[in-house]
Design a binder for this molecule. Structure first.
Ligand code: HEM
Length: 435
């Protein structure tokens, strides 16, 4: 399998000897999807490290243990983070067996030393110059999107009207994809969450796999066009780096440079990672703020509080509530001995609400001074590449909303639905109204 982007899941392992076992909980349970926090805390209080039988993973809930895992990549590898949690049906496997479906692991699931070699080039693309240039574009686009939402009248479905299209556009422009392709690309990414983090039906698996194949082909064609004609975008910068030093293409053990296939795979990976969780973050900020009228009003009066309101949302109601790792050798965590090959689910929902880390963890407070102590972007060498971009996007969205729609509120008695998956969290639809 080597550095294949999505590996087939390995068979479910057994509970490590001596590890407390939780037989009947799964992060896909309806009550957990509805509101994970009380359940995550209750499980964490019982056993900070436990085996979740239904998931076949050891669940890690304590902030310090999670940080230990993230900062010891030799022992806790990230090679499994994009793998499907449930086995793929043969029809979906066949689609992905297409000879031209060959993205390689480049970022979140690539081990050292190659990850560090590639990250040198990807980090450059998210530097301050590009983010500053995008900031004006983001504000303009947020205003235009809001013009349309307002013109259509109150109430509105916020996901479709605002939060779904915006983050995709931003990351697609950063990569250089032509604007006319946005809707088509978004269609290929629909349900991608289900593929690696949910339990799609066989029909859905095939549909998602076809979307991934189409999308990979699109990325390859796009990169080929940019190879022939550069522009001022991230993909062109990566291609410049490849031309300067093609790394593994000149020497398989190269410690510098980036290969052409790696450039294609970075484009493929970032364009999914870069929008779905931001859409959810925009919705979650409203879910936290709109019912707490005093805090919403504080933002209306002083929009400079928006940055910390986003940070507090990432702590209190993050759009990503878990991530995975796998042990490379026997080790001990939270007093539990883990053999090599143990799969771990790092439970951010428990850690971000941990009482000995955050005072009054169950209170949402935009004035909290240590809100940024959350673990929602990970830590260490794989720390989220797009964290600044995500925070800027969510902040700008909030600034524009408080300025233009101070009377914004949630529509009463709406039933929120959360897409069943173990990691990403945000409502499927969100009805908002204004005067
Ligand atoms: C609210 C939005 C987001 C959340 C909550 C989030 C969260 C995360 C987390 C938890 C990780 C794994 C960190 C680790 O293993 O230590 C990660 C990695 C990553 N994220 Fe994000 N992310 C968000 C937005 C974005 C955006 C906007 C982009 C790009 C445009 C992005 C690109 C990446 C990449 C490339 C990695 C892998 C980095 C590496 O392995 O070196 N993310 N993100």
């Amino acid at each position: 399998m080597g550095n294949t982007y999505h590996q087939a899941p390995t068979s479910v392992a057994a509970a490590p000897t001596g590890c407390p076992v939780q037989h009947d909980w799964s992060p896909l349970d309806a009550d957990y999807l509805d509101d994970p926090y009380p359940i995550a805390r209750e499980l964490a209080d019982r056993h900070p490290v436990f085996w979740a039988e239904q998931l076949g993973h050891v669940v890690v809930t304590d902030m310090r243990d999670i940080e230990h895992v993230f900062t010891n990549p030799d022992v806790f590898a990230s090679t499994n983070v994009q793998d499907p949690i449930s086995p793929l049906c043969p029809a979906a496997t066949d689609v992905l067996a297409s000879p031209d479906f060959d993205p390689v692991a480049v970022m979140s699931n690539r081990p050292e030393p190659d990850h560090a070699r590639i990250r040198v080039y990807t980090r450059r693309g998210f530097g301050n110059r590009r983010l500053r240039a995008l900031e004006d574009y983001m504000r303009d686009r947020a205003n235009e999107q809001l013009d349309r939402m307002v013109a259509d009248g109150s109430p509105a479905e916020f996901v479709a009207a605002f939060a779904f299209p915006l983050p995709a556009e931003i990351v697609f422009r950063l990569l250089g994809f032509p604007p006319g392709d946005d809707a088509m690309i978004k269609r290929w990414c629909v349900n991608r969450r289900a593929f690696s983090w949910g339990q799609p039906t066989e029909t859905e698996q095939v549909e998602i796999a076809r979307g991934m194949l189409d999308y990979w082909r699109y990325c390859r064609e796009f990169v080929a066009r940019r190879r022939d004609e550069r522009a001022d975008d991230f993909t062109s910068e990566l291609l410049d780096a490849w031309e300067d030093d093609p790394g593994p293409e000149r020497d398989p053990d190269a410690t510098t440079g980036i290969s052409y296939r790696e450039v294609e795979s970075v484009v493929y990976g970032i364009s999914f990672a870069g929008h779905d969780p931001v859409t959810a973050l925009m919705c979650n900020t409203l879910l936290c703020l709109l019912p707490r009228r005093d805090q919403w009003q504080a933002l209306v009066d002083d929009p400079s509080l928006a940055a910390n309101a986003v940070e507090e949302t990432l702590r209190y109601e993050s759009s990503q509530i878990s991530w995975r790792r796998v042990t490379t050798r026997p080790t001990t965590l939270g007093g539990v001995e883990l053999p090599a090959g143990t799969r771990l689910l790092l439970n951010f929902a428990a850690a971000n609400h941990q009482p000995d880390v955050f005072e009054r963890p169950e209170e949402f407070d935009i004035h909290r001074t240590d809100a940024n102590g959350h673990i929602s972007f990970g830590k260490g060498i794989h720390f989220c590449l797009g964290s600044q971009l995500a925070k800027i996007e969510a902040r700008i969205a909030l600034e524009v909303l408080v300025e233009r729609l101070p009377s914004l509120r949630l529509v009463d008695d709406q039933q929120l639905e959360y897409f069943p998956n173990i990691t990403f969290r945000g409502p499927e639809r969100l009805l908002v109204a204004w005067d």
